[in-house]
Design a binder for this molecule. Structure first.
Ligand code: HEC
Length: 133
């Protein structure tokens, strides 16, 4: 009798363990959905990067073709234009305000997230090097 209870407890324990393990996983459909959502944002960033966002006709790609020379992997770092340690989004806003003569984007603006997503996607695989010049 006691042995049977032990076996039952063990089986029950295994079932609980297995169902917990499964709840931490995600399906192929989840991955596909999240990947598509991410790539949509990257595509929007690419569109913005090639559009005039300020009061003149200038767009980011004129000086940074394919997000060249934006070095997202080096942030946060000291930027002499701003005189302090800043994030990538602060330099995006610096370029919107200066070369593009526009108004800075709120830091949580979906357009800011899209620009960051595009710039970082273009540099995928490059090792992080915060603070580097
Ligand atoms: C007229 C040319 C010009 C345009 C247009 C321009 N930038 Fe820049 N960008 C610069 C210059 C100059 C710097 C400063 C380089 C430095 O000192 O790091 C810079 C720096 C940056 C940096 C930091 C680069 C680094 O190496 O740390 C980012 C990020 C950036 N720009 C993004 C943008 C984005 C996004 C746009 C469009 C909203 C844009 N830039 C438009 C000229 C431009």
């Amino acid at each position: 009798m006691f042995n049977k209870i032990l076996v039952l407890l063990a089986v029950f324990g295994l079932l609980v363990f297995a169902s917990n393990a499964r709840s931490d996983e995600f399906t192929k459909e989840d991955l596909k959905k999240w990947r598509e959502a991410f790539m949509e944002v990257v595509k929007e960033g690419e569109r913005l990067f090639h559009s005039p966002l300020g009061r003149n006709k200038v767009s980011c790609d004129m000086c940074h073709p394919n997000a060249a020379n934006t070095h997202p992997e080096t942030y946060p770092k000291f930027q002499k234009q701003l005189g302090k340690v800043v994030e990538l989004r602060d330099m995006i806003n610096w370029c919107i305000q200066n070369p593009l003569e526009g108004d800075p984007l709120p830091l949580d603006d979906p357009r800011m997230i899209a620009l960051e997503a595009y710039i970082k996607w273009e540099r995928r695989g490059v090792p992080l090097a915060p603070g580097k010049h």
